[in-house]
Design a protein around this ligand. Structure first.
Ligand SMILES: *Cc1c(COP(=O)(O)O)cnc(C)c1O
Length: 364
């Protein structure tokens, strides 16, 4: 028998969450963001459930080829554009739309020989200071692109730094609007957080929203709002089984560093999941977990191949019992990935992207 750990992808949840993104931004077109191998879910495993999207957005050219190989003929957008001149040949061949965020990318386009002109998304740095042209240089970049025979339609995009937090999007929206107001073309500004929180505001949502984390059932603005608050369903479950049981006396310690000491007689389960499976080592005593669908807690340190759970209050649990690290138990109870991430000092995005190669995946 293989080691009892498995990740399961839930296509019905992906479909539900995509519908939620659409509903949150009425009349907008929806990019399904499937970068990082669909946030760790697997492009091939997620594709069918997401094909109701209007397009797929990603970064990696090899991932774009995989989406085309699945038979997708609609729009594909390279969110960071191309990385070297010859990438433009693949864009021409697979008719990929691509972001243009720097002068070098315009130089490469100007030198590119293509039969079919390209659709590009000119990216503005409206304050995040990652990729894009600053507002003062945006118009010149547009004029250069607009003069190229290699370019067909020009659309506009920017990315928010604080759509999930108190600073919000207004300052960046003002900059973006001011610098693009008389330029013709479609607009795309919203990530998941902006889509959920502001998608009903026509002035913010634009023509295309870029739905990433919302599709996978994690709340972009946790803990202010939970996935349940947004009516999102987990698209991934990480589950394992108990492979050992220990009965502790008061004063007994657990695991490396003896970081947990029992203050009473208690029973713990040893679970076949550790940091080499992608479970965060930073999650300490108290991190929530489900055993046979019942909520309990981690105790002690997560080790490479195992972690330990408190079986107090989980009668009947023992070797073979189902442990839901995140996602949905076989009985339907949900352990939000966002709670585990928070206990480990990170976000749901990182956990779902980091499930290790050695964990087998299934699709339900
Ligand atoms: C990843 C990404 C998104 C999606 O972000 P979420 O927070 O997952 O919705 C949107 N736009 C760009 C440019 C991205 O890189």
């Amino acid at each position: 028998m293989p080691r009892p750990i498995q990740a399961t992808i839930h296509p019905a949840a992906l479909q539900h969450n995509l519908a939620r993104a659409r509903q949150a931004a009425p009349d907008a077109l929806v990019w399904a963001v499937v970068k990082a191998n669909a946030y760790g879910h697997g492009i091939e495993r997620a594709f069918d459930a997401l094909r109701a999207a209007d397009g797929f957005a990603l970064l990696d050219l090899a991932e774009a080829e995989r989406v085309r190989a699945l038979g997708w003929r609609g729009p594909i957008l390279l969110l960071e554009g191309v990385f070297e001149p010859r990438d433009l040949e693949l864009c021409s061949r697979l008719s990929l739309w691509h972001a243009v965020h720097c002068d070098e990318q315009i130089d490469w386009l100007a030198a590119h020989k293509t039969q079919a002109p390209h659709r590009v998304f000119l990216k503005m740095n409206s304050g995040m200071n990652r990729l894009g042209f600053t507002p003062g240089r945006f118009r010149a970049a547009w004029a250069r692109l607009n003069a190229l025979t290699q370019v067909d339609e020009i659309s506009f995009m920017t990315h928010f730094s604080d759509a999930d937090g108190p600073r919000g999007t207004a300052h960046q929206m003002a900059v973006f609007r001011e610098a693009t107001q008389d330029l013709p073309g479609e607009r795309s500004v919203c990530n998941s957080a902006a889509t959920l929180r502001q998608g009903t505001d026509a002035a913010v949502r634009g023509d295309w929203v870029r739905a990433g984390i919302v599709l996978y059932g994690s709340a972009p603005d946790h803990p202010e709002r939970t996935a349940a608050d947004w009516n999102l369903q987990p698209a991934m479950t990480l589950a394992a089984r108990i492979i050992g049981v220990q009965h502790l006396q008061p004063g007994d310690t657990v695991g490396y560093g003896s970081s947990f000491t029992a203050d009473r007689a208690m029973t713990i389960g040893i679970v076949a999941c550790g940091y080499a499976d992608g479970y965060p080592r930073h999650c300490g005593t108290g991190t929530p977990v489900l055993v046979n669908g019942t909520r309990t807690r981690l105790v002690g340190r997560v080790s490479m191949d195992m972690l330990n759970v408190d079986l107090t209050g989980v009668p009947g649990a023992g070797v073979g019992s189902e442990v839901t690290l995140w996602g949905r138990s076989s009985g339907g109870a949900v352990q939000p990935i966002d709670e585990v991430a928070r206990a480990g000092g990170t976000i749901g995005y990182e956990l779902m992207c980091a499930v290790a190669q050695r964990v087998p995946f299934a699709v339900d």
